[in-house]
Design a protein. Structure first.
Lengths: 639, 182, 314
């Protein structure tokens, strides 16, 4: 077949694919969007807006704490600020941004055209937005929650949190957890069944493994907090006694249910960061990650063990010592798989020909920062040590070291790494490097002193402190350094905004990386891959191009994709994916109405069912008999 | 990109609003005390009705969640429950029913607390700051559903003797037989 | 001298000393680990280009790292369990002093039961203990979860409603030690401090004896203080506070019988001096907004008299 005819056929196919997979124009098309690339970008952008809001809250808190007996922010506003800061960062930024990155990158990395359930991914985004708006509209109306992001009863219960503040919190939880569950289910099915042929489960990128484990963790952990927050909402709204010890309930029940979710939650936030590091290292070290099997097993082990450590948040409660000792052991053991991953990465970096671009700098920043947090975590695992530093600024330092060092640094690196793929433009390298150094120095200068403050007796969640406490100077230093950290983050934000409009254009593979997402143009066309590749190894783009085949026989006049087997990714059957649809938006609206009304009256749930039934009928209405399929079966041909 | 911008605009618009009066918490209340000093008060009549200084406080507290919750706390702390139980009455009349001997309007309940009433209701004049009386007034009225509604307190963290005030249906107040007009 | 904070690594008792040892053990191991990791990172990153080990060699090094990690963790586990074992060895001791600590929003009620009901001492926010004797604290919360924490004496213990708990303290030297509520408990969690005053046994017994005495009788007060006593009993104070030896017997707020002998006011927020006492009594909400102490406006003369009475409550 001569090249000209080949090219013409390819162009014709591409045009047909573009026509089938494009979403159309206008506001209606925007609301009906189901492409994973677009939804992933929306998740990430929205999450970073919430990150900025949470950052503003943090700056206000730090300003209030910069001197003793400061009158800038009173106790009620401060309590609302730290509750909103924690809730925003944990529920509205950290998990959704990982949802967004996963939504964007996983289908591209496995050679798929979209997620397995496109409309579910749109629903996941809309429901998240409703939850976030609920929290912030509540905050604006002085109904923002004020009993901490962890909402211990009885303080968060009906007796001590009057009004609707904690009901806003409980329902915000429900929205964000629904969103996460929807994304998790989508990711599991996509990763298991929509991989390109030949990408057996042991050839899957490490990043995809990380998202797979995280998705399973979400499925097991989120229901616990939905149940807990529903029990709290019931106690507050209708007077049930889940957390009323005088009538057979128990305040420790809240703590167990909440922490059973919340500890895996921090690993849900942290493991995708580790996946991103595995994604970025090969491009900048020119080597595949050492110890693929070790990293996979470590990720899976971490996912399991994360569910067995939650009581280390409750060491001060006075549970039996034998139980506490078990949780000390498990909290120490969980260090081992993460440590092994770090050693594998160190082995990958060891004396490699490094290219010190911004993503690599953030990876190196991860090492020096996260390890501090991991080590203070080891300290906190010990019951006697924890009894001194629990609920002090020492823990605040620890959690920020592991979350910012372990998740945000890789995330920022990933932003610099995948921005070209998502937008077709490169971020400014010089601004990136300056931003990295400001962020690294600012972060460490802000949070390291907090370790000392904790040891010197400063508890968490204090809106002010006395002049005689001796805490003034460290607090002032931390506040000043927080300004530097904010500047670093702001510089990345500005870099994104300016480069989006005026950055250097990026080709398909600006970093010469090895995974499949770099095989498509930047930004990807609506159908991602013109031809689904056949994968022969763990680094598809670094293998000989001639050994890569492609899939043929998929229709280009309908949204047809190839479903493969779970372990070996052998072709199994074809299926039609859903196209643009308004039903996810309506479903999210109904969910919103239902849960928000149920803050005020139990009738909210029947109302949600009544409104939701026609929406579900519309969503699942059969699309009619498909037009006859092609005679060929899906197969492969050499490129 | 449009959705986040819309969200920010909505947030900004609502932030310009005055905030929600049901959720506001006045942590630095006014100082007025219901006329300290001894002496016997012979009349419950005030020229012009409720003293001007507290009329606004009374009204502001009627729909405020924090105020009613504080009223609930004070009801037990000041031992109102010693005579009125948790609304069912005992030595004193029931407070959760529809019968109001001296009237159910906020200023009536205020007068009851501050002036005292015949046959056993002590006068708390000079013993309670006005803002606390206002909180108690709001709570007492919420016991029969007259105040608060959605914002009334929930169940408390003790043995269940009655459902929370936020689940009580409103009862139209009636005058008790033989009672003077409100 | 009133300390403003406590330092967990300056222990004054056996429990805190044991906890500090555990800390230093962990700190040493963690510093070594961090230095090794950063050194490996720098060595690997800053010296590119040597002939790399093969994959098997690297995996052996990773395995070695894993084994070393596990060994370090086992060591830490041993340090931790030994450090936490029998942290309260005084369970069988004979001379244990028992104190009931009742956490309330946002102050600490302290009751020394004594041997008979008439020997009971009730005070607030200032825990006196004898040096060298084990003290058993029976912890209970009246409202939300609080946490009792005096860093220089012991780790913290939560006060959970429905789960009364106990902890032990012992001070091995005399001194004043600052504690702080360490579980977020509402608007004024930040100003719920406690002072622990460890004194020689004889001083402690003298203090207990003084605490058992009621307030001075009317005849023992100056005319100004007598006028203040009248104001106390006729005004709002009597609704919440108890002063033994007067008709005031309410238990909603702290017991004031020996207010003037305490070093601080408002759960450690203000030193107990005339000007602060005046400010606290007349306008507590500017010191601790949201606390349950209402503002009490008084004319200058009334303030003078009331304070004269309160300062007589030694």
């Amino acid at each position: 077949m001569n090249d000209a005819r080949n090219d013409a056929m390819n162009d014709a196919t591409n045009e047909a694919l573009a026509a089938t997979w494009s979403p159309g124009r206008g506001l209606g098309a925007w609301l009906r969007e189901v492409r994973h690339t677009e939804i992933g970008k929306r998740f990430v952008v929205t999450a970073f807006l919430f990150f900025a809001a949470g950052g503003v809250e943090a700056i206000l808190m730090r300003l209030q704490l910069s001197k003793p007996n400061n009158g800038m922010v009173g106790p009620d506003l401060y309590n609302r600020l730290f509750t909103t800061h924690g809730s925003t960062m944990m529920f509205l930024f950290a998990v959704p941004v990982m949802q967004g990155v996963g939504t964007f990158i996983v289908p591209l990395m496995i050679g798929a055209r979209n997620l397995a359930f496109p409309r579910l991914s749109a629903y996941s985004y809309y429901v998240y937005v409703v939850g976030g708006l609920l929290l912030y509209v509540g905050f604006a109306f002085r109904a923002g929650p004020d009993a901490g992001w962890f909402a211990y009863t009885p303080l968060s219960g009906p007796g001590f949190s009057p009004g609707k503040r904690m009901d806003v919190w409980a329902q915000m939880i429900t929205f964000t957890e629904l969103s996460a569950l929807a994304t998790a289910v989508n990711l599991v099915v996509t990763i298991f069944k929509h991989r390109a042929p030949g990408m057996s489960i042991t050839r899957m990128p490490l990043t995809v493994w990380a998202f797979l484990v995280v998705a399973f963790m979400i499925i097991f952990a989120m229901p616990a907090v939905v149940i807990a927050s529903s029990c709290l909402a019931l106690d507050r709204l209708v007077g049930s006694h889940f957390f009323n010890h005088a009538e057979g309930g128990d305040h420790l029940l809240w703590q167990h249910m909440f922490w059973f979710f919340a500890h895996p939650e921090v690993y849900i936030i942290f493991l995708p960061g580790l996946g991103m590091i595995s994604a970025m290292l090969p491009a900048f070290t020119r080597r595949r990650v050492v110890g693929y099997d070790v990293v996979v097993l470590a990720t899976v082990t971490t996912g399991f063990v994360a569910f067995g450590v939650w009581v280390h948040h409750m060491f001060a409660v006075g549970l039996p010592q034998l139980g506490d000792s078990y949780f000390t052991a498990s909290s120490l053991i969980i260090t081992i798989p993460t440590g092994l991953q770090i050693f594998c990465w160190l082995a990958t970096l060891w004396r490699a020909p490094l290219r010190f671009a911004t993503p690599l700098l953030f990876v190196l920043g991860f090492f020096v920062t996260f390890v501090v947090g991991g080590l203070t975590g080891v300290m906190l695992a010990s019951v006697p040590l924890d009894l001194q530093v629990h609920d002090t600024m020492f823990v605040v330092a620890h959690l920020h070291y592991v979350l910012i060092g372990g998740a945000v640094f890789p995330l920022l690196g990933a932003v610099y790494y995948w921005f070209p793929k998502a937008t077709g433009r490169l971020l400014n390298e010089r601004a990136g490097k300056v931003s990295f150094w400001l962020t690294l120095v600012g972060f460490n200068a802000t949070f390291f002193p907090l370790h000392l403050l904790g040891l010197h007796g400063m508890p968490r969640r204090m809106y002010t402190y006395l002049p005689g406490s001796g805490w003034h100077h460290l607090n002032l230093f931390a506040t000043a350094s927080a300004g530097v950290l904010a500047l670093g983050i702001l510089l990345t934000f500005i870099n994104v905004i300016v480069s989006h409009a005026r950055g250097l254009r990026a080709q398909a593979n600006p970093w010469d990386a090895e995974s499949l997402e770099w095989a498509v143009p930047s930004p990807p066309p609506p159908y991602n891959f013109a031809e689904i590749p056949i994968v022969g190894g763990r680094a598809p783009l670094w293998e000989e191009p001639s050994s890569r085949g492609v899939v043929t026989g998929l229709a280009s006049d309908r949204r047809e994709v190839l479903v493969t087997t779970l372990l070996d990714a052998a072709p199994d059957h074809r299926t039609i994916l859903a196209g643009p649809s308004i039903w996810p938006l309506f479903a999210a609206a109904v969910t919103g109405v239902g849960f928000i009304v149920s803050m005020f009256t139990p009738w909210g749930l029947p109302i949600a069912v009544a409104l939701g039934t026609p929406v579900m009928v519309g969503w699942f209405w059969p699309k009619g008999r498909p037009t006859p399929l092609h005679a060929e079966q899906p197969g492969s041909k050499a490129a | 990109m449009k959705m986040p911008v819309a969200a920010v605009a909505l947030l900004a618009a609502s932030a310009l609003g005055s905030g929600c009066k049901h959720e506001s918490r006045d942590l630095r209340p006014t100082e007025a005390v219901s006329k300290a000093g001894g002496g016997v008060v012979l009349s419950t009549l005030f020229a012009g009705g409720v003293p001007g200084a507290i009329a606004g406080t009374l009204q502001a507290n009627q729909e405020n969640a924090y105020a009613m919750n504080e009223g609930k706390r004070l009801f037990d702390a000041y031992n109102c429950s010693g005579c009125h139980a948790h609304g069912g009455g005992g030595i004193g009349p029931a407070l959760m029913d529809a019968k109001w001997i001296y009237g159910s309007a906020p200023q009536n309940v205020y007068a009851t607390i501050v002036e005292g009433r015949p046959n056993g209701m002590p006068s708390f004049r000079g013993k309670l700051p006005d803002f606390q009386v206002a909180q108690l007034v709001a709570y007492v009225r919420s016991m029969s559903g007259l105040a608060g509604g959605l914002w009334a307190p929930g169940r408390n963290d003790s043995m269940q003797v009655k459902p929370g005030e936020n689940t009580v249906t409103m009862q139209s107040p009636v005058r008790a037989e033989g009672a003077p007009p409100p | 001298m009133i300390p403003g904070s406590g330092y967990a690594l300056a222990p004054a008792g056996p429990q805190a000393a044991r906890l500090a040892q555990v800390f230093w053990g962990f700190f040493a191991v963690c510093v070594v680990v961090y230095v090794v990791v950063v050194a490996l990172l720098l060595l690997g990153v800053l010296r590119p280009g040597a002939a790399p080990l093969d994959e098997a060699g690297r995996l052996r090094l990773v395995a070695l790292g894993g084994v070393l990690t596990a060994v370090a963790l086992v060591a830490l586990l041993v340090i931790s369990i030994r450090g936490g074992h029998e942290l309260n060895p005084m369970r069988g001791a004979k001379d244990v002093l028992t104190v009931h600590v009742i956490g309330r929003q946002w102050w600490w009620e302290l009751r020394y039961p004594g041997t008979a009901p008439d020997q009971q001492v009730v005070t607030a926010n200032e825990l006196h203990i004898p040096v060298g004797r084990p003290v058993l604290l029976e912890l209970e919360s009246r409202d939300v979860i609080h946490s009792f924490w005096v860093p220089e004496l012991h780790g913290k213990r939560d006060l959970v409603p429905g789960h009364d708990s106990t902890t032990y303290l012992q001070a091995d030297r005399p001194g004043v030690f600052r504690g702080q509520c360490a579980e977020f408990c509402g608007a004024q969690h930040a100003q719920m401090g406690i002072l622990v005053i460890a004194e020689p046994e004889s001083d402690f017994q003298a203090w207990l004896a003084a605490e058992r005495r009621p307030a001075p009788p009317v005849s023992g007060l100056t005319p100004d203080a007598q006028r203040g006593r009248e104001l106390f009993l006729r005004g709002t104070c009597v609704m919440c506070h108890r002063v033994a030896g007067t008709p005031a017997g309410a238990t909603m707020g702290p017991d004031l019988t020996h207010l003037a002998s305490r070093r601080t006011l408002a759960a450690g927020s203000l030193p107990n001096v005339h000007e602060h006492l005046r400010r606290w009594v007349t306008d507590a909400q500017t010191v601790k907004p949201g606390s349950h102490m209402p503002p009490t406006p008084l004319g200058t003369e009334d303030q003078h008299s009331l304070l004269a009475f309160l300062e007589a409550l030694r």
